[in-house]
Ligand binder design. Sequence first.
Ligand code: HEM
Length: 518
Amino acid sequence: MEGEKAMSEQDNKGKPEGAGGEQPILTNRQGHPVYDNQNTRTVGDRGPTVLENYQFLEKITHFDRERIPERVVHARGAGAHGYFEAYGTIGDEPASKYTRAKLFQEKGKRTPVFVRFSTVIHGGHSPENLRDPRGFATKFYTEDGNWDLVGNNLKVFFIRDPVKFPDVVHAFKPDPVRNQQDPNRIFDFISLSPESMHMISWLFSPRGIPANYREQEGAGVNTYKMYNTEGVGVLVKYHWIPKQGVRSLTQAEADAITDFNHATRDLYDAIERGDYPEWEMRVQIMSDDDHPELDFDPLDDTKIWPEDQFPMLPIGRMVLDRNPVNYFAEVEQAAFGTGVLVDGLDFSDDKMLQGRTFSYSDTQRHRVGANYLQLPVNRPQKHVATNQRDGQMTYHVDGNEAGANPHVNYEPSSRGGLREAPKTGKDHTPYVEGPVVRQKISRTNDYKQAGERYRTMPDWEREDLISNLVSALKQCNDDIQERMIGHLTQCDEEYGRRVAEGLGRNVEELTADVALTR
Ligand code: HEM
């Protein structure tokens, strides 16, 4: 895959590629030349077909299996290859102050990347102009193995506990009977989940429909950690800032788009014409503790970290400069996960992040297969040597290339097997204690940042937000409308009032005791 030049259909036309300018010979997967690809083998020219027709059976049975399960979320996507270039610094400090991750240490150091952008809710061929968060997943092929940063274009999320993820997704997916997305189901869930108010204030604004994948931001959303050679850790949030600028669509502008592949086309065409999209990576950093002085919990993914207190520190830039050669092999089979970290980067105690970390590789073993990490797009671009063996579609034996004794697939061993790597610095050893509970965090503060977002939006975005919420809530039951007006009023009095007015509801007459949570 590497080094091959992406060819558009136009490039291929009229260009035979075989030796001596002839088109190459067609074979089957056994390497047998195919002498006749127009006629199946039959008894006489009118049939019936014969059962020993290996060439036909191979072709049709492989075709029957061409699809793998779609991603359960983020099924519609587009991807591209490129590189990340480190600044060697984080803000004005050497990167080594915060992290020993090798990819960040030297100014100008380049690490290959693969990025997949996506929409979340609908299937693999769904329109790209729908209101939906956009996935922004990056795989860094570092010298220490892969690092995946699996983010979205919006900086916050709907929920803060992973046990609620299947529910929020079910509420947004089409109704299981009618097979149509239904605002009454979406806002039934949202109106009983006040932690969602901040996210829906972004999602129902124009930010919920980016103009394309190039003119959007990215964010890791969850809180991670970095640690240095002394093993000292800090909390970190990651951001991607597009050099192209941010451009989002009002509902009317999105409705006017007739090409429902527009975002995929835009990304592919820009790269083909050499107009390579670029983002700067910036990080926000906090000391690794629970920060009781803040009115939000730094591990709560429904919150942003205010930039005036936690400045955005540049750390590097990313350029996407190569289209995939094959969509299925590289984009569909790409597998990202929040647990895929390198030395110098770590999880935080964020329970959402831990739930995600289990979920990604679990679904990928089901979706792509047990050996998904042996595929070119997923495998690290460095030495891989494990004692893992076998499973469906084993392609090679990890470790043989490294010269390990092929008889030894266990460790420890005195017989030429693999050995543990030397440590590169002090371990980062976070201390954790506490009762094991099922309990939400104490600083929920569900409304304040949503209100701030409402108040700081440009007027045109606020107009569109109100109009989009009103048109969705018009399709909802009265009690759902009332709960939503109750929540939005607590975010900002004007916010709730304008939505109520749009719905023709009188705020004063609304039942004061409507239950806002369950
Ligand atoms: C507990 C919460 C979450 C769970 C359990 C979860 C689970 C999943 C699963 C199962 C997939 C499909 C992966 C695959 O088939 O390869 C997925 C994809 C994805 N998720 Fe999440 N997710 C959660 C929250 C989030 C959040 C907060 C973000 C954004 C920061 C996010 C961003 C993404 C992206 C970008 C993809 C697509 C990756 C790709 O392009 O292949 N998810 N998620």
